[in-house]
Design a protein around this ligand. Structure first.
Ligand code: ADP
Length: 400
């Protein structure tokens, strides 16, 4: 096993999350986040392993400056964790959209950067920010190898019938309009981990992964390959999420434009930012902790929201069981999947036909790797905390 420190970078339009992970111990050496980059009041939070979180308000006019601050913090004489930048052996970048160009992670070259740029159309908010992160790192660490790990790559094994929409075929040919799916690093990590926990071959299993966070998606992993996933061309499709609507009748968009006197762009903002459990609960909250509490207090808005959310997940599980002609294991991950016993109970209550029996004593545990079905449950149910940063670090080390 190689022993290098990998800097994992997840660059958003105005934020930058980072973790420095040692490849041998797989331990996080330091982590943090820069926020409000390019906006007034930028700040960085930095936590060295075993140390206190340090928060600094610091003007960051762009991502290059943010990365410079991160590198300064990592090498700082007092709070730093490495002596100099030579102790960072590689950088792994999370890239949101790889289109059809990338089915695996790849070493970043000028050609790769150009290909990522060609996918900007497909993820206009994310890919340009990801590229800025790459360029900033290249400027400051020109000889350090860098790897791009794509959110879409794991789903590139989907067959045509799963990724095509019922649209004129030339839209696919001309513009590559199709299902891509996201959260691929998480779906891959969790499905692999499920096979390990069950002590079975990954290639022998049919697994459904429910990644239920603020953004949420389900995937079907048959014999080691993703065969379907609920997010589409963009992350808007599929499950009801924190603030995204998920599947709706596309005609609703024109209907609402007319009723509300808004344009398509404005309605899409509603669908992305004001819908989901937030909108369904009457703008109460997008946070499941709040919703769970209100549910237990008997609030009608929380009851309808939780049931509608859970029903949609159960419906996808049914669809993916059909797609794979069976399912051996269902995994819950991400904020809600890992920490939401109520949501897990609600979802699995629809799945009696899969011979599922939940072990309620195990199910109430939050945030730990766990098999929560009873030993005689025909289909296994697991909780597996996702670890996208570790997965990115592993992919990076494998390539450098
Ligand atoms: P993302 O990475 O997409 O922002 P996360 O995976 O962090 O999202 O998930 C965020 C969601 O997880 C929030 O809705 C939050 O309420 C929920 N969550 C976190 N902790 C708990 C908890 N203890 N109980 C229930 N829900 C939780």
């Amino acid at each position: 096993m190689k022993d290098i420190n990998v800097l994992v970078i997840n660059c958003g339009s105005s934020s930058l999350k980072f973790q420095l992970i040692n490849s041998k111990t797989e331990k996080v050496i330091a982590k943090g986040i820069c926020e409000r980059i390019g906006i007034e009041g930028s700040q960085m939070a930095y936590t060295p392993a075993g140390g206190e979180k340090i928060e600094k308000i610091f003007p960051m006019k762009d991502h290059t400056q943010a990365i410079k601050l991160v590198l300064d913090a990592l090498t700082d004489a007092e709070h730093g964790v490495v002596k100099n930048l030579d102790e960072i052996g590689a950088v792994g970048h999370r890239i949101v959209h790889g289109g059809e160009k990338f089915a695996t992670s790849t070493i970043i070259t000028e050609d790769v950067m150009a290909a990522i740029e060609e996918c900007n159309d497909l993820a206009p908010l994310h890919n340009p920010a990801n590229l800025i992160g790459i360029r900033a790192c290249k400027e400051l660490m020109p000889s350090t190898p860098m790897v791009a790990v794509f959110d879409t790559a794991f789903h590139q094994t989907m067959p045509e019938e799963a990724y095509l929409y019922g649209l004129p075929y030339h839209y696919y040919e001309d513009y590559k309009v199709r299902r891509y799916g996201f959260h691929g690093t998480s779906h891959s990590y969790v499905s692999h981990r499920a096979a390990e926990l069950l002590g079975q071959n990954y290639e022998d299993l049919k697994i459904i992964v429910c990644h239920l966070g603020n953004g949420a998606s389900v995937s079907a992993v048959k014999h080691g390959k993703c065969v379907d996933t609920s997010m589409g061309l963009t992350p808007l499709e599929g499950l009801i999420m924190g603030t995204r609507c998920g599947d709706i009748d596309p005609a609703i968009i024109e209907f609402l434009c007319n009723k509300e006197g808004k344009d398509v762009h404005q309605i899409l903002t509603v669908l992305n930012k004001e819908s989901g459990v937030y909108g369904l609960s009457g703008d109460f909250s997008s946070d499941f902790r709040d919703l769970e509490k209100a549910y237990h207090e008997g609030e009608a808005f929380a009851i309808r929201t939780m049931h509608t959310f859970a029903y949609r997940v159960a419906k996808y599980i049914g669809a993916y069981t059909a797609a794979m002609n069976g399912v051996d294991a269902i995994c819950f991950t991400a904020g809600v999947g890992e920490n939401g016993p109520l949501v897990r109970t609600m979802i699995t209550s629809y799945l009696g036909y899969l011979g599922i029996a939940l072990d309620e004593e195990e199910n109430v545990k939050r945030g730990v790797e766990n098999i929560i079905s009873t030993p005689d449950s025909r289909t296994k149910v697991l909780v597996i905390p996702t670890n996208e940063e570790l997965a990115i670090a592993r992919e990076t080390v494998a390539l450098v």
